[in-house]
Ligand binder design. Structure first.
Ligand code: GLN
Ligand code: ZN
Length: 753
């Protein structure tokens, strides 16, 4: 019999009830008892779904009050000293302090989890870090799960990934902590076993990176030592671990999990070399996308494995379902055809169950389901609303000239300067102004048909008018319309582009209680009509200063969506780029002289394996260039990215050939300028940390500008905040921007002598 399991199920709740409970608890309107009740109810529901779907193991430990990395940090007693929380007293409120900070104590840093859109809390380690085991968090869950009939598998992040992702104190070698970490892990595992876990799954996405030899050599001693206490399933996810195959095959673990969706090439290698004394878990149903599997193809794949290893074959989703929405049944407004193409978490468990049945009871037993799956695959190929031949032809006929501006940057710069006549150290913002409660209320009312279109239109034009007025009186040089009409920088465009689908309930956790609802790219992407020209043109019509048009770029539109698999990602990216290009050209025709194409997802798209990076970067650069190169030399193209670690991708950033790039820099106090001091075009390193309610003084901003001027010539430096201002309020923004403009003006005076 084939065994079914998963590495994790989403824990925000079917209707985001746990997310809402968390928000309510933090705002003081829900008791801790109620919060815990909601948590337990969601956990029970998740187990119920697993049982009903015929899974063979109940997975425990995937449910988290905030983040699984933080759970492990607490269970290891590795709370940084700066919090002044002793691990034995770390109750739920202390846990939330680690996650969200407290007065004068910043939270643990949040960073993207591998190449996903999920953020984890970064452990902090130093020579002073010590470990001791606090297993209760998980033993409690194991005991609760034991009340059901299925055997219990406890899942947690593996020691190597935890340590690899931890942030070490200056010059501290994290690997020094490994022996102590392993000892504490052993104590934890023993406690989980005693509580009733029949198997421990250690989730190790870090093995899918190109680890350095000093890390690789730790894998065998670490795992062989841990296996002494309990049976272990080692789960690798997100990319191929072929480079580690001989080593992984010789570990004394009970089983190994491979992500066959991301690394199908692993199947052949492992099947040929896999030892006879272990089970092999194949992640064949995509845990990171929302389309139904082609069951016949997957069945063929797993049948090969089944013939070779028989009952030692386990089947699973490729990775934890954390990155997937919960249940397609919650979608009541989707077109029925499109809906029939999709599988969310619940449906993915059903797909696993069908595969098991096909293997164990013969292909005939699921013939009807296979036929249905074939039909859907066929329908996706043929469907007239997925295919747009005009777009396909356009992609085919993209020429090299389409990827290049007419002249090189120095010549463009002269023309832009003649047209825009900006002062030295020009000031601008990144696009959005505060999304006030009024704005959110109006948008919700309009969406629910409680507000007439004309009234909403009037409301937005008022907001834009106000934003322009404020910017004029602050004395900013390049204005923006403020993005009041946009809820989210991807959703806004997804609603207007053909080929995208929006769900009502397709939420996935981004971090803590924050969820996102990624749009789904199901068909060829095209732009039926201009998307931003109306409001941008309106904003420009009420001021004599230049207004910068704001667009989300192709890489980010793709990166923050679920993407069809029946077309190459490169082709999808080019379709998106063409749609953005059309918008750029229309903005230019409408008299907009500066256009910003935001690409905050540029860096996270970078493949985990180094060998795949060059190809991806080339595709990404080409897409940006295709989107931005249709304009005349005198039109100024900006781009924006929300982070500052550029060293790895600097060449690609240069190759974008944007006239101006704005990036985050204020938190690092301009340290990043070391890396990018030879950036050839204009650059605006942020001088105002918009992630914090703190308002920077004029002096402070002037100091940052002074520092930037040491690395960047004055005629290429722009002055702007780190990112958009939508999460701030107007009071903060007005004072901060006033300080920023004054600081720029006084630096300008100094430059003039
Ligand atoms: N233009 C967007 C804004 O200002 C950019 C946001 C982002 O980079 N994440 O909100
Ligand atoms: Zn940003």
């Amino acid at each position: 019999m084939t065994t079914l399991h998963i590495s994790g199920f989403p824990h925000i709740g079917r209707k985001r009830e746990f997310k809402h409970a968390l928000d309510a608890y933090w705002s003081g309107t829900l008791s801790q008892q109620k919060l815990v009740q909601t948590a337990h109810a969601v956990r029970e529901e998740n187990w119920g779904i697993q049982i009903a779907s015929g899974l063979d193991w109940l997975t425990v430990g995937d449910f988290s009050y905030y983040d699984q990395m933080l759970d492990l940090t607490c269970m290891l007693g590795a709370i940084p000293k700066r919090f002044d929380i002793s691990p034995e007293k770390a109750d739920l409120d202390a846990y939330f302090i680690l996650a969200r900070g407290a007065k004068n104590t910043p939270a643990l840093a949040l960073t993207k989890w591998f190449d996903t859109n999920y953020h984890y809390l970064v452990p902090e380690v130093s020579s002073k870090t010590t470990f001791s085991a606090y297993p209760t968090l998980l033993t409690e869950a194991i005991q609760a799960a034991k009340l059901h009939q299925l055997p219990v598998k406890a899942t947690l992040i593996g020691p190597l990934t935890w340590l690899y992702l931890s942030h070490p104190d200056k010059n501290f070698d994290r690997l020094q902590l490994l022996p102590g970490l392993i000892e504490t892990f052993k104590v934890l595992l023993k406690a989980f076993k005693e509580a009733g876990a029949g198997l421990i799954e250690l989730y190790e996405p870090a093995l899918g990176l190109d680890l350095d030899p000093n890390w690789i050599e730790q894998i065998t001693p670490t795992y062989n030592s841990l296996c002494q206490s309990t049976p272990i399933l080692l789960s690798t996810v997100f990319s191929s671990v072929n480079y580690l195959a001989p080593l992984l095959n010789h570990l004394k673990i009970s089983g190994l999990h491979l992500d066959i969706v991301r690394g199908p090439e692993q199947l052949e290698l492992f099947l040929n070399t896999y030892p006879k004394d272990k089970f092999l878990s194949l992640g064949v149903i995509d845990g990171r996308n929302v389309f139904k599997a082609n069951l016949r193809e997957v069945l063929q794949q797993v049948d090969v494995a089944h013939k070779k290893i028989g009952a030692r074959l386990w089947l699973a989703t490729s990775c934890s379902l954390l990155h997937c929405p919960i249940d397609i049944k919650e979608e009541t407004r989707l077109d029925p055809t499109l809906k029939s193409w999709l599988a969310f978490s619940v449906q993915k468990l059903e797909e696993l169950a069908l595969l098991k049945k096909g293997l164990d009871q013969g292909i005939k037993s699921i013939e009807a389901d296979l036929r249905q799956s074939d039909q859907i695959a066929q329908a996706r190929q043929d469907n007239e609303f997925a295919r747009n031949n005009t777009v396909r032809d356009r992609v085919q006929s993209i020429a090299v000239a389409d990827l290049n501006r007419k002249s090189p940057f120095p010549q463009r710069k002269i023309q832009q300067q003649e047209k825009l006549k900006l002062p030295p150290l020009p000031t601008t913002t990144i696009g959005s102004f505060p999304q006030t409660a009024d704005i959110r209320k109006a948008r919700a009312a309009f969406r629910a048909n409680h507000m007439e279109a004309s009234e909403y239109h009037e409301f937005i034009s008022h907001e834009i008018r106000m934003a322009i007025q404020h910017q004029n009186s602050l004395g900013l040089d390049v204005l923006v319309h403020g993005e009041a009409e946009r809820s989210d920088m991807v959703e806004f465009f997804a609603e207007k582009l053909d080929g995208f689908l929006l769900t009502q309930n397709g939420w996935v956790q981004s971090y803590g209680s924050r969820c996102v609802k990624p749009p789904i790219i199901y068909g060829d992407v095209s732009r039926p009509k201009p998307m931003t020209v109306g409001w941008t043109h309106f904003a420009q019509s009420i001021t004599t200063r230049p207004v910068k048009g704001m667009l989300t770029g192709p890489i980010t539109l793709m990166g923050w969506s679920f993407v069809r698999e029946d077309l190459s990602r490169e082709a999808v990216l080019l379709q998106l780029a063409l749609a953005v290009r059309d918008e750029v050209e229309d903005l230019e025709s409408a008299g907009i002289g500066i256009i910003q194409i935001d690409e905050p997802a540029f860096r996270e798209g970078l493949p985990l394996r180094k060998g795949m990076r060059e190809t991806w970067l080339k595709q990404a650069v080409n897409a940006f260039r295709l989107a931005s190169s249709g304009v005349s030399d005198a039109t100024q193209i900006h781009t924006h990215m929300c982070y500052s670690e550029f060293s790895e991708i600097l060449d690609a950033i240069k190759a974008l050939d944007a006239d101006v790039i704005s990036i985050e820099a204020s938190r690092s106090k301009m340290a990043l300028l070391e890396d990018i001091s030879n950036y050839p075009n204009d650059i605006g390193p942020g001088v105002y940390d918009i992630h914090s309610p703190r308002i920077p003084e004029q002096e402070e901003i002037a100091t940052l500008i002074g520092r930037a001027l040491e690395k960047i010539p004055a005629d290429r430096l722009w002055i702007n905040p780190d990112c958009g201002l939508k999460t701030r309020n107007w009071r903060e923004v007005k004072i901060a921007l006033e300080n920023m403009v004054k600081a720029a003006q006084s630096e300008r005076k100094k430059l003039a002598g």
